[in-house]
Design a protein around this ligand. Structure first.
Ligand SMILES: Cc1cc2nc3c(=O)[nH]c(=O)nc-3n(C[C@H](O)[C@H](O)[C@H](O)COP(=O)(O)OP(=O)(O)OC[C@H]3O[C@@H](n4cnc5c(N)ncnc54)[C@H](O)[C@@H]3O)c2cc1C
Length: 582
């Protein structure tokens, strides 16, 4: 999509938590560039010809728990490792939107294939793209594009999963080399990669962690056996052992001591790949489920005629459309050069992976007993997509991140307000200025009289009712964030029940904003009649969001949190369930 000239330091979600709708960031709905459309059409038809008859092979490789080297070679030849490498180095040079759309297409065929490509481009070599020096890029890009080198991202260790900052792998400077020793766990592509983005502790005055490019030919790099996994079984997951690996100084990625930031930037920027994969998985499941529902007769009728089947399929369609809207907007933010999209990217990961999980579960239910049989792909898709809610940041940790980032901004505002009040007698004009900004916002939140940024005014009038649900949600969100923070202060960090609720509200509101943006753009472009089904989707989704957020807002003050905690503590102390009917 074409860049626009908005302020690129703005963040939609951070503003939203302060009650401000920065609509220009997400509106109009982003489009794939015309020049890229042609490339993508070509790529997708090649993918179709190549993969459409391989269903039997994918099933076989899943059972065997391995992808044959010959297929990996085919992947190289089909350019699967070149997607994000710039064209001058032999890559396709896809934008984030184009890359996400390609992962969508791959995921329709097989999760293991999609993750092999995704781990290479979304995280394995993304550090090079984002932080590489010209020399590093010159040295590695063409080998990565051709697949001569496949890439892997090495952060997790036996003692450091969610708490990535606690890694033990150490890098010690010896002359012109860093000597790295440590063990990395569950590394996707570990067994087939030659290029590793490795995070190690450097414990210098600059900071704790540094990112390095480590290549297998440096010596001292080895990997463990292929892990026997629940899903994505044909993709390579191994430990990666680093034994006194001598890494040249010029292989540092980004700044020394800033490795944690490098890791987080890679994960944020790479989320569009996983998001695209979720959309592709959902589209495929909807295709399979609708076909199955039309073919299967019970009680003398197609099961498609039954309300309970329609209910599942209707919800699948709504969730797929909403995920596609969210993922496209986040990819668009990256392509337009917005700097601060971490919260939106985290939301897209949580929302997309959970929609896909529900869709896979319902698709299996529609297939009935067939769904449980390995002869059909449903059970494999369900197994494959379960990991999405765990890796690249668990959805639980991401929920904390989403809500706490917002709280941080609200907290800063409250702090500024408090200090301006303190200084109000010394500098009344400054104090009054701040107070009036805050006061205006509070006034509009409490009274419902909207300020300039309190409405999504560009949305089409036809969908005004649904847009108002969003605007009211934003006002309630800002008030809730303010209230929660006043109640818990700094202790909010330990109040995970409350934090999760706020995150769920934020996730719902962002998804609704994205759906409004998409539907409104559609109405303006195609007209109301052509956009009729999309308007129906919005009506359903906005109703769901209204009911869910209302329930979550209500639970801020009316909940069973303390009782639930007490029951959990009881079970945790005894490490058992304490009752029986015998
Ligand atoms: C198939 C597969 C592929 C993977 N690929 C890669 C890869 O390529 N590169 C890589 O570096 N890693 C990879 N990983 C590792 C993955 O990123 C981690 O599994 C993930 O980050 C979670 O860490 P953990 O498993 O140690 O869980 P833990 O961190 O031990 O978490 C366990 C549970 O506790 C919760 N929890 C933890 N801390 C908190 C807290 N403060 N508050 C509330 N809840 C909390 C978590 O949400 C989770 O539910 C992969 C894992 C798998 C299974």
């Amino acid at each position: 999509m074409e860049p626009n000239d908005n302020d690129k330091t703005l963040s939609f979600m951070r503003s939203l938590c302060l009650g401000e709708i920065e609509q220009d960031i997400i509106y109009p709905f982003p489009k794939v560039k015309n020049s890229e459309k042609e490339v993508l059409t070509g790529v997708f038809s090649t993918l179709e010809n190549w993969l459409k008859n391989k269903g039997g092979d994918f099933r076989k490789w899943d059972r065997a728990g391995e992808m044959p080297p010959e297929f990996l070679q085919e992947m190289r030849e089909m350019g699967m490792f070149s997607l994000i490498v710039p064209e001058e180095f032999g890559g396709l040079g896809l934008s984030t939107t184009g890359y996400s759309r390609t992962l969508q297409e791959l995921a329709r065929y097989d999760g293991s294939v999609a993750i092999t490509v995704g781990a290479h481009s979304s995280i394995g070599m993304r550090g090079l793209l984002l932080f590489g020096t010209p020399e590093q890029k010159q040295k590695y890009y063409s080998k990565l594009a051709s697949g001569e080198m496949i890439a892997a991202f090495c952060l997790t260790e036996p003692g450091a999963g969610s708490d990535a900052a606690s890694i033990k792998t150490k890098a010690v400077l010896e002359g012109d080399h860093w000597v790295i020793t440590g063990q990395k766990l569950w590394i996707t592509n570990g067994g087939i990669a030659d290029f590793f983005t490795v995070f190690a502790k450097t414990d210098g005055p600059e900071g704790q962690m540094t990112a390095f490019i480590v290549t297998r030919d440096l010596g001292g790099v080895s990997c463990g056996p292929h892990e026997d996994k629940m899903g994505l079984r044909a993709s390579s997951t191994t430990t990666v052992q680093l034994d006194q690996v001598r890494v040249p100084k010029e292989n540092v990625l980004g700044e020394i001591g800033k490795g944690f930031k490098v890791a987080m930037k890679i994960l944020n920027s790479g989320r569009s790949g996983l998001g695209g994969g979720c959309v592709g998985g959902m589209k495929q499941l909807i295709q399979m489920s609708t076909h199955q529902a039309n073919e299967r007769y019970q009680f003398g009728q197609k099961i498609a005629e039954y309300g309970l089947i329609k209910q599942k399929i209707g919800h699948m369609v709504v969730e797929c459309y909403a995920t596609e809207a969210v993922v496209s907007i986040v990819a668009g933010l990256v392509d337009q050069g917005y700097e601060d999209y971490a919260v939106e990217a985290a939301i897209s990961k949580v929302f997309g992976t959970e929609c896909l999980w529900r869709t896979a579960d319902e698709a299996l239910q529609i297939a009935g007993g067939n769904g449980y049989m390995c002869e059909f792909p449903y059970e494999r898709v369900l197994r494959d997509c379960r990991i999405n809610r765990i890796f690249e940041g668990t959805n639980d940790i991401l929920r904390l991140f989403i809500a706490l980032s917002a709280m941080n901004d609200v907290g800063t505002q409250l702090k500024e307000l408090a200090s301006s009040l303190k200084g109000i007698f010394n500098d009344p004009i400054k104090g009054f200025g701040l107070l009036s900004g805050y006061g205006q916002r509070k006034f509009s939140q409490v009274t419902g009289v909207k300020g300039a940024k309190g409405s999504f005014s560009q949305a089409h009038p036809k969908i005004r009712e649904q847009t108002m649900i969003f605007e009211e949600g934003v006002r309630d969100l800002a008030m809730a964030a303010d209230r929660i923070l006043r109640k818990h202060g700094k202790n909010i960090i330990g109040k995970q029940f409350a934090t999760k609720r706020l995150a769920d509200i934020m996730i719902d509101l962002f998804a609704l904003a994205c759906v409004i943006s998409r539907v409104s753009t559609s109405i303006y472009e195609k007209g109301e009649i052509a956009a009729e089904k999309e308007i129906e989707i919005l009506k359903v989704f906005s109703g769901q969001v209204r009911r869910r957020t209302k329930s979550n807002f209500g639970k801020i003050d009316d909940n069973d949190d303390e009782l639930i905690k007490s029951l959990a503590n009881h079970a945790l102390e005894g490490e058992k369930y304490s009752w029986d009917t015998l």
